[in-house]
Design a protein around this ligand. Structure first.
Ligand SMILES: NC(=[NH2+])NCCC[C@H](N)C(=O)O
Length: 410
C-alpha cells in the first residue's frame, strides 16, 4: 500500500502541504500572556489571514495541494463517530487541566452543543470564562481560577504546522512538544492520522508518537535525503528524544544517518530551521550567529551500532559533515543577511533563514528579508516572496508555517 505521506527530502517538488489558516486564536490574548504563549506581539487578524491566504495561493499557483489542519481535524471526527469525538474531547479537557469536576462538566456540555467543525475551531481559539454558563460553587473552581479570563487557553501557534508533527519518509513523528502552550496541538494531528479517511489504515508509519516525556518538535527535524536526517539539539528538542527517534528510524525505515546539530537554546533560534535550512541539492541557508570561531559548531553523526545501539561521531566542521553525509564535492552555505551582524540578526529574527523549498532551488521566503532574498537570488535560487508584516510576529516563517505531506523524490 502506498502511504499518503511521502517525504524523502527537504527539497523535492512539493505536492501536498498541511497549513492552518490563522483564526481568532492569534488575537485572543493580552500582552501579559505573550511570553507564555510564545508570541512577541499580537497580530492584526484580518491582515494575518490575508497574508496567509497569499502564502497558500503562492503554493497553489505552483501546483501544491493545500490541506488545512482545522478542516482535516473536523473531518476526522466526522469519520470517527461519537466515541472518537467523545474520547478526543475528554483527552483535550484532561490536557487542558480538567480531567474531572464541575468545570470539566460545564466545558464538556458547552463544547458538546457544537458540531465538529465549530468545536475544533472553539478549542483552537480558546474558551473564555464569560462564554460558559457556569457559576462555581466549590472552592477549587471558585478560588483557584479567579482572576484569569480563560478556562482554556487559545493555541496561537497552530499556524506553525511544521512543529507538532513532522513527515519523514512514509510516516511521521507526532510530537510531544516542549512548552505547555503547544503541547495540546499534536492531539489534532493524532486524530487526523488515526481517523481521517485520507490517512487512517493507509500504512502511515508513526516513528514516534506523542506519548513521551522527552521532547521533539518538527522545526528541528530536517529530512536531507532518503537516508539522512538532521535534527537540532535545541530549546525544543532534547538529545534523548533524538536518540529515541534515531533508533526507531534505523530499525524500521530506510534511514541510516542522523546528524544532531547543537544550536543555541533561546527564543529567537528555538528550532534548527530558524537558523539552517536545505534549499537545493548542495545549498543551505545558515545564520552566521550559530557558527563559532572558524565556522565551527557541535555536530554528532549518529549511525546504527551493534545490537540496536547507536554509534556517535562528534565533529565541528558543519560543511564537511554535510558533504560527507550527502556525498557532495562542494556545498554552498548561504549566510543570512549576507553575514552583516546587524542585518543577519534582524533578518534571522524575522525568519530570514526559515526558507521553504518547494522544488530544488525554488524557495518561498518572507519579503521583509530583502538582503537575504537578494543574496539567495545571487546564488542562483528562484525566490518567491510572500507578504509578512503580521505573520512574522509569531516568530515563524514559510518553513514553520507548512508541513509537507507529499514531495516528489529527488
Ligand atoms: N519551526 C519553527 N521554527 N517554528 C516556529 C514556531 C514559533 C512559535 N511561536 C514557537 O515559539 O513555538
Amino acid at each position: 500500500m502506498t502511504s499518503p505521506i511521502h517525504v524523502t527530502s527537504e527539497i523535492g517538488k512539493l505536492k501536498t502541504v498541511l497549513l492552518k489558516r490563522p483564526g481568532r486564536e492569534i488575537e485572543n490574548f493580552t500582552p501579559d500572556m505573550m511570553p507564555r504563549l510564545l508570541f512577541d506581539d499580537i497580530p492584526y487578524l484580518p491582515i494575518a489571514q490575508k497574508e496567509h491566504d497569499y502564502f497558500a495561493d503562492t503554493l497553489r499557483d505552483n501546483g501544491v495541494e493545500v490541506l488545512y489542519l482545522e478542516k482535516l481535524a473536523a473531518e476526522a471526527l466526522d469519520a470517527g463517530g461519537d466515541k472518537v469525538r467523545d474520547d478526543f474531547l475528554e483527552q483535550m479537557l484532561t490536557e487542558s487541566g480538567y480531567a474531572a469536576g464541575t468545570i470539566h462538566d460545564a466545558l464538556k456540555e458547552y463544547l458538546d452543543s457544537m458540531n465538529n467543525q465549530d468545536m475544533v475551531n472553539k478549542i483552537m481559539e480558546g474558551i473564555r470564562k464569560n462564554e460558559v454558563d457556569f457559576v462555581p460553587t466549590d472552592l477549587v473552581s471558585a478560588a483557584e481560577t479567579e482572576g484569569y479570563e480563560f478556562y482554556m487557553d487559545p493555541m496561537p501557534n497552530l499556524y506553525f504546522t511544521r512543529d507538532p508533527s513532522a513527515s519523514i519518509g512514509e510516516g511521521l513523528s507526532i510530537n510531544h512538544m516542549t512548552f505547555p502552550a503547544r503541547q495540546r496541538e499534536s492531539l489534532f494531528n493524532e486524530i487526523v492520522i488515526k481517523y481521517h479517511p485520507r490517512f487512517a489504515n493507509k500504512g502511515v508509519h508513526v516513528w514516534r508518537d506523542r506519548n513521551h516525556d522527552t521532547r521533539i518538535e518538527g522545526g528541528d527535524e530536517l529530512v536531507l535525503n532518503d537516508h539522512v536526517m538532521a535534527i537540532g539539539v535545541s530549546q525544543r528538542t532534547s538529545a534523548d528524544a533524538i536518540q529515541d527517534i534515531a533508533k526507531s528510524l534505523f530499525k524500521e525505515g530506510h534511514f541510516d544517518t542522523v546528524i544532531a546539530i547543537k544550536i543555541p537554546h533561546n527564543h529567537a533560534m528555538m528550532h534548527l530551521d530558524t537558523v539552517f535550512t536545505m534549499i537545493n541539492y548542495d545549498q543551505f541557508t545558515v545564520h552566521p550567529g550559530i557558527l563559532g570561531e572558524g565556522g565551527h559548531i557541535d555536530t554528532w553523526t549518529i549511525t546504527p551500532g551493534k545490537n540496536g545501539e547507536l554509534n556517535l561521531d562528534h565533529r565541528t566542521d558543519l560543511k564537511q559533515v554535510l558533504k560527507d553525509a550527502l556525498k557532495l564535492d562542494d556545498l554552498d552555505l548561504i549566510p543570512t543577511g549576507n553575514g552583516d551582524p546587524i542585518i543577519a540578526g534582524r533578518e534571522q529574527w524575522n525568519d530570514g533563514s526559515n526558507t521553504l523549498a518547494i522544488a530544488p532551488g525554488v524557495v518561498v521566503t518572507y519579503n521583509r528579508n530583502y538582503v537575504s532574498n537578494d543574496l539567495l537570488r545571487k546564488h542562483g535560487l528562484k525566490v518567491l516572496e510572500v507578504i509578512s508584516s503580521e505573520l512574522s510576529r509569531g516568530r515563524g516563517g514559510p518553513r514553520c508555517m507548512s508541513c509537507p505531506i507529499v514531495r516528489e523524490d529527488i
